[in-house]
Write a protein that binds this ligand. Structure first.
Ligand code: ADP
Ligand code: MG
Length: 256
């Protein structure tokens, strides 16, 4: 976690968040707080409501009940939400193959005419270097490895100098080695910029590797929030089952 003097990261509070789709309750009263500069991981199995939760934070879904506060302010209107710089790194990376990597990273600045082409070029180079990607600016995304695509997606998120980065399954589709590299990247960024980082993932290794604190979610309810050590020791059958889920080999068939 970053020191308290660094004011980059915002605080985030989620209180009593509920959401149903077609009568099925997906979020059943979710409460948690993320401190400025913290790396907070919400870990849980597929279908537990993690992406739905993130969609509420970026305003793609509206809650049935509950509230979301950033730096103490309820983000109920686009005007308030616009005061804070929030970036989302999608599950798939979502880079456009018709653009170069550099154009993808600079797209937001270009579209909004926020900087001149020369300035954009400079910022893009800087953000790509920040995530350990050099000399790929003129390549297209399909020329990159899975891990490099994820890093490019993070670089794209960085152009707005975010105060809060949300990562949805940042290591999905990656091999274990590339996953470790992405985890390290998330840690470095957090340490260097003090950005508040919220990850949702079912990747246990990633969660325990990067988190200051972890919340375990199952079926739309948070079961525990604690440090990685506290979560490991938490004596709850559902949490333990998720933490230790592993392959079970069937007994060898007989008479073959
Ligand atoms: N727009 C929607 N309409 C109906 N059901 C949805 C919608 N979005 C998500 N769900 C359901 O909510 C549950 C949680 O989904 P999700 O948040 O994507 O899980 P995950 O934890 O894998 O990210 C799933 O059962 C999913 O089918
Ligand atoms: Mg998801």
């Amino acid at each position: 976690m970053n020191d308290a003097n660094n004011k980059t990261g915002v605080s985030l509070v989620v209180r009593g968040l509920r959401k149903s789709f077609d009568g099925q309750e997906v979020l059943k009263g979710v409460d948690f707080e993320v401190k400025p500069g913290e790396i907070f991981v919400i870990m849980g199995p597929s279908g537990s409501g993690k992406s739905v939760l993130l969609k509420h934070l970026i305003g793609l879904e509206m809650p049935d009940a509950g509230e979301i506060l950033i730096n103490g302010e309820p983000v109920t209107s686009p005007e308030i939400a616009a005061k804070f710089r929030m970036a989302l790194v999608f599950q798939s990376g979502a880079l456009l193959n018709s653009l170069t990597v550099g154009e993808n990273v600079g797209l937001y600045l270009a579209e909004h005419r926020l900087k001149s082409p020369d300035e954009i070029q400079k910022i893009v180079a800087e953000k790509l270097a920040d995530v350990g990607l050099k000399d790929v600016m003129d390549k297209t995304p399909d020329e990159l490895s899975g891990g490099m695509k994820k890093r490019a997606a993070i670089a794209r998120a960085l152009v707005i100098e975010p105060q809060l980065i949300l990562y949805d399954e940042p290591t999905s589709e990656l091999d274990p080695l590339s996953s470790v590299v992405i985890g390290e990247e998330i840690l470095h960024l957090n340490q260097r910029t003090g950005v508040t980082s919220l990850l949702v993932s079912h990747d246990r290794d990633l969660a325990f590797g990067v988190a200051d604190r972890i919340a375990v979610i199952a079926e739309g309810k948070i079961l525990i929030i604690g440090t990685p050590d506290e979560v490991k020791k938490f004596n709850d059958p559902l949490v333990q089952k998720f933490l230790h889920a592993d392959f079970k080999r069937e007994p060898e068939p007989k008479n073959l």
